[in-house]
Design a protein around this ligand. Structure first.
Ligand SMILES: [Zn+2]
Length: 42
C-alpha cells in the first residue's frame, strides 16, 4: 500500500512511494529520490 510523503516542489501535490524506492508526484510526474526528500525533513 502506498502512502503520501511530503509535497511536490513543482506543484505542491502529495508525493507517493515509487516501487523503485523513490517518490513520485502523480500530478506532474516528477520523480524524487528518497534520500533527497529525507534531507529536506526537519
Ligand atoms: Zn508535482
Amino acid at each position: 500500500m502506498i502512502h503520501s510523503y511530503g509535497r511536490c516542489q513543482c506543484c505542491g501535490e502529495r508525493l507517493y512511494e515509487n516501487v523503485s524506492g523513490g517518490y513520485r508526484c502523480p500530478n506532474c510526474r516528477t520523480d524524487y529520490a528518497a534520500d533527497v526528500l529525507e534531507s529536506r525533513l526537519p
